[in-house]
Design a protein around this ligand. Structure first.
Ligand SMILES: Cc1ncc(COP(=O)(O)O)c(C=O)c1O
Length: 371
């Protein structure tokens, strides 16, 4: 499952969320509808957190933000906007990408194509092939980019590669659709948004889908946002008006509770500081598991094949083993991951990491090997 787990195996309610939630409920005087765009103070805070306070798109008043039901809501509304504006464009998604991208974007009627991104057997990015493919995309096509902690690979572009990508996207007149679901899970809030800020600064138009499911642990509350950036303020207003029309036609208005909690935390320096500490603790736990698993796999396999796990970011990595090996892990060792060998590092515990590493090593040796 794509959720964070703490050392007790729970997906906890963050302490800052509990505190904010109590304050929100105490101050609440009505359950009347919110606007289709959601909470204004949430949208303003999110835009600043994602783009940074000095971003050109904000300075030139070319960015508009609406609250959405989670990151999925933002992805779907963004996809519907693309479909309404340019029904014939292709949206290019990474190979591999998060499984839900296909139904969310394809379900809006967009044609999907895959650009090479990651070689699971070699455990490395395919940057040259990715750039070569995107260089051949038609003008006006959309390219979906994971901002950080790529799901399912955990492999992100470095700053120089982001810079080159921003230039390519601008030169080829592609429209970036940036998916930010793990801000704060790789390095920190600013570093994790650096790549998409760079891209969004250079292009005339962009979309950003944001999720607070993971970094605030608000999964079921469905807190997210969609930022649209237009060529100029008038275009941005037109995009916003379309987005609100689309939102009305799907869910009318977003759920309030999660965004109210998030907005409360963002506006209160003490609570925000507590959140950043809790976020850092989640990040440190995942990084710790990455380091330990890589080390144990070195011991169990006698080589450095799995060293990549240590340097990748976020909750997921692709082990890069066969579906048969994944089946053996499940049937014989009771270790569960997706059939493409995507594992959730936040599901590992210090007490079972050695067992997991030995089981992975055994699963590689074939069907008859004992643990
Ligand atoms: C890459 C990616 N994008 C977007 C999302 C959307 O998350 P949600 O709709 O739960 O906020 C997720 C959640 O797993 C994700 O992994």
């Amino acid at each position: 499952m794509g959720v964070y787990r703490d050392l007790s195996g729970n997906t906890p309610v963050l302490a800052c969320v509990r505190r904010a939630e109590q304050a929100v409920l105490a101050a609440q005087t009505t359950k009347s509808y919110v606007a289709a765009a959601g909470r204004e103070e949430f949208n303003t805070a999110v835009e600043e957190m994602v783009l940074g306070s000095a971003h050109a798109a904000r300075r030139d008043r070319r960015a508009r933000t609406v609250q959405t039901p989670g990151g999925c809501g933002a992805l779907r509304v963004g996809a519907e906007l693309i479909r309404a504006a340019a029904p014939d464009v292709t949206i290019h998604v990474s190979d591999p990408t998060w499984g839900n991208h296909t139904p969310l974007l394809g379900g809006a009627g967009l044609r999907l194509e895959r650009y090479p991104y990651y070689d699971a057997a070699a455990h490395q990015l395919r940057v040259d092939a990715m750039f070569e493919r995107l260089d051949r995309a038609a003008e006006g096509d959309v390219v979906l980019l994971h901002a950080c902690c790529h799901n399912p690979t955990g492999a992100d572009l470095d700053p120089a590669q982001w810079q080159a990508l921003a230039q390519l996207v601008t030169r080829r007149r592609l429209v970036p659709f940036l998916d930010l679901a793990y801000q704060g899970f790789a390095v920190d809030l600013d570093a994790d948004a650096a790549g998409i800020r760079l891209v969004a600064e250079q292009v005339p138009e962009a979309l950003i889908a944001i999720s607070f499911s993971k970094n605030l642990g608000l999964y079921r509350e469905r807190a997210g946002a969609l930022v649209v950036i237009g060529e100029n303020a008038t275009r941005a207003d037109a995009m916003l008006s379309h987005v609100l029309q689309i939102a009305r036609s799907i869910y009318s208005m977003p759920p309030d509770h999660g965004a109210a909690i998030a907005a409360h935390i963002f506006a209160d320096p003490k609570l925000k500081g507590e959140w950043l500490e809790e976020l850092a603790a989640m990040r440190a736990r995942i990084d710790d598991m990455r380091g330990r698993l890589a080390q144990e796999l070195r011991k169990a396999t006698g080589g450095g094949t799995f060293d990549f796990i240590r340097t990748q970011r976020g909750m997921f990595s692709l082990l890069g083993v066969s579906t048969q090996a994944v089946e053996r892990l499940r049937e014989r060792h009771h270790i569960y991951m997706l059939s493409d060998s995507r594992m959730n590092l936040a599901g590992l515990m210090p007490h079972n990491v050695e067992y997991v590493a030995e089981s992975i090593a055994a699963s590689l040796r074939g069907p008859d090997s004992a643990r």
